[in-house]
Design a binder for this molecule. Sequence first.
Ligand code: ADP
Length: 153
Amino acid sequence: MEQTLVILKPSAIQRELVGEVISRFEKKGLRLAGMKMMQLDDKILSEHYAHLKNMPFYQRVKDSMMSIPVIVLCLEGVDSAKVVRNLIGKTNGREAAPGTIRGDFSVSAQENIVHASDSAESAKIELKRFFLDEEIFDYQQLVLPNLYDNEKM
Ligand code: ADP
């Protein structure tokens, strides 16, 4: 089944939103396949944010992401990248819809609580960037028959 990467950013940790945010993913029905705390450095962030290299906020975003450790999650489910992006909302917390994680907890374009892969293709690359193979766990999600129709399982 499709897997995607989520990063609970320093803003989530400082604002004491870790439990709340993970709880939203759990309640949606996504399987938690991996989770760890890690200190990011300039090297991994330069790779991760390469698409922002020419933006004026590039260094600021990297500095913020390195300020304290983050928590990375691997979440699994049908169309998980799309499902998670819908749950987190638009990049800028001031524009994100109420009910989404950024819409409910952020008033900033930068300090927006979470990162999530923007497609299944980028998720594959990003999971490899932040997790070793053995840090992703394959166990049976017992509620599966109550989450999806037979065709999707
Ligand atoms: P997303 O995280 O929604 O995929 P991007 O890939 O465009 O969005 O941006 C990566 C991160 O860079 C954002 O999550 C946010 O922390 C930061 N960022 C994006 N746009 C801005 C901005 N205009 N000002 C400050 N920081 C920004």
